[in-house]
Design a protein around this ligand. Structure first.
Ligand code: NAP
Length: 483
């Protein structure tokens, strides 16, 4: 298969927080990989901005180290690295002060795409947006990229949207959810809307239930202070898992167009029923596997922050009434796995006398590890002795099916940054989507707080709290094993 890398237009990209963790781990190494792939013109320019007093060369040395650390050795090409570093500049700017902005303005070109990545704490978004306009650096064609968390509840998300809206149109704002940049997540749309096979069955008449799992083996080591203010509901469910749910549940958009796709996702979020207290379980990991428990990483030994959530969601519309969506996510679980499993209903009538061995068809979409899809189907067990049924996977691991090209797909950040430069907002959350997701999440969190609910403990390295198993058992279903 021939690789098709389409170069983007010439651009100036300013990374506020260019010396921070995210910039060094993801943004700059990702940009280097796009440069290596030939996607950036030789005139593109990336300008780091933060308070530290660095020269251009200091910044280049910092990013050279980041590339050495975060880019796989086989992608480290000395000539390409030198070419990439030559594209970098640095300006010392305090988002809250007036120094440095004039210098930044002088550096920016007028005749290229101008983008500003806010890789800083959200409390600085307003200051940066204001000064970009005040100093005449960003015009109506500029694009801004904002990182999560986008608010911590509906009120703060509304306030943040309102602040950004004072200076930029919605069409200029790119709210990143890196889950949407994952190859398999986008494949969800391709699979659903480019094949006739699935869509006729994609409804409650044929689908029994959907399970969405994002399981991590790591805990919150070193991030306890941040995580205590967030928890799994805010950190994972409100954004990433909600986006996955939307892509599974949405109606076909009339076109693969940013607003058409986002309109359909918004309708799904608005159709979500409030979650009943008995339909949600929150957990917190305990010590286990030789590792400490959550509270040992927290600044608060009494912390009630959840590191695990499992819930049952209902979508009240024609397509999904009667098909629950079970979501679970947690840290320090037995295995690292992200997947969506769609379980189909039984055939209406069995023609086989002996249906032992019959199991439901399940379509499993794996996000990690081994991105791909697996369709569990029934066949006849081979050999004599009558018709006995057995289940086999129709396995499509993308790396196997697509060959070496699949190994060189851009990671989520690379793809999303290139989409910003192309001006394509399809994979970015719109302000109203974010607000609708918070409107659904807020009462859940408020309920926990008002009832003083404590998360249920679960052992590190286990498959999560007991009550999460019960959530499924009660409905005569079970979670898929994560391994
Ligand atoms: P970080 O490591 O603390 O870096 C913050 C950056 O902002 C530094 O470059 C810092 O440099 C700069 N900065 C701080 N105050 C500033 C000011 N007043 N004016 C200008 N620059 C300032 O944070 P991070 O982990 O990179 O996270 C950045 C953003 O991405 C946050 O919103 C975070 O929630 C989000 N995010 C991060 C990750 C991740 O994996 N790290 C993942 C998802 C989202 P100076 O101190 O020199 O100014």
């Amino acid at each position: 298969m021939v690789s098709r890398v389409i170069p983007v237009e010439d651009f100036d990209l300013v990374v506020f927080g260019g010396t921070g963790d995210l910039a060094r781990r993801k943004i700059l190494p990702g940009l280097y990989r796009r440069f290596l792939a030939g996607q950036m013109t030789a005139e593109c320019r990336i300008i780091g901005a933060a308070r530290g007093e660095l020269s251009d060369d200091d910044f280049r040395a910092m990013i050279a180290e980041a590339i050495a650390e975060f880019v796989p050795a086989e992608r480290q090409d000395a000539e390409a690295i030198a070419g990439f570093l030559a594209r970098l500049r640095y300006v010392a700017i305090d988002a809250k002060g007036d120094g440095g902005w004039g210098e930044l303005k002088a550096l920016m070109r007028r005749d290229v795409v101008c983008a500003f990545y806010f890789s800083v704490a959200p409390s600085l978004f307003g200051d940066i947006a204001l000064r970009l306009k005040q100093f005449g650096i960003a015009d109506d064609n500029a694009r801004i990229v904002v990182e999560k968390p986008f608010g911590r509840d509906l009120a703060s998300a509304k306030a943040l949207n309102a602040t950004l809206a004072q200076h930029f149109h919605e069409s200029q704002i790119y709210r990143i959810d890196h889950y949407l940049g994952k190859e398999t997540v986008q494949n969800l749309m391709a699979v659903r809307f480019a094949n006739i096979l699935f869509e006729p069955l994609w409804k409650s008449e044929y689908i029994d239930h959907v399970q969405i799992t994002v399981a991590e083996t790591v805990g919150v080591e070193g991030r306890g202070a941040y995580y205590d203010k967030s928890g799994a509901m805010r950190d994972m469910v409100q954004n990433h898992m909600m986006q996955l749910l939307c892509l599974i549940a949405m109606e076909p958009p009339y076109h693969f167009d940013p607003d058409a796709v986002r309109d359909e996702k918004l309708k799904v979020i608005r159709a979500l029923d409030p979650v009943l207290p008995q339909d949600i379980v929150r957990g917190q990991y305990l010590a286990g596997n030789g590792q400490g428990g959550y509270v040992e990483h927290s600044e608060n030994p009494q912390s009630r922050t959840e590191s695990y959530v499992a819930l049952k969601a209902h979508i009240s519309n024609w397509r999904w009434k009667g098909t629950p969506f079970y979501l679970r996510t947690g840290k320090r679980l037995r295995a690292r796995a992200s997947e969506i499993a769609i379980t189909f209903r039984e055939p209406p009538h069995s023609i086989f006398d002996d249906a032992t061995g019959w199991r439901e068809n399940v379509l499993v979409i794996r996000l990690q590890p081994d991105e791909g899809m697996n369709m569990m189907v029934m066949i006849k067990e081979p050999g004599p002795g009558g018709m006995r049924l057995t289940q086999v996977p129709l396995d499509m691991t993308f790396a196997d099916a697509l060959g070496p090209e699949a190994e060189d797909v851009p990671d989520a950040y690379e793809r999303l940054i290139m989409d910003v430069i192309r001006g394509n907002q399809t994979l970015f959350m719109r302000g109203d989507e974010v607000e609708a997701a918070w409107a659904w999440t807020d009462p859940i969190i408020a309920g926990w707080e008002s009832r003083g609910d404590k998360p249920q403990g679960y052992d590190s390295g286990s498959s999560g709290p007991e009550d999460a198993l019960m959530l499924m058992h009660r409905d005569g279903r079970r979670w898929r094993d994560i391994r």
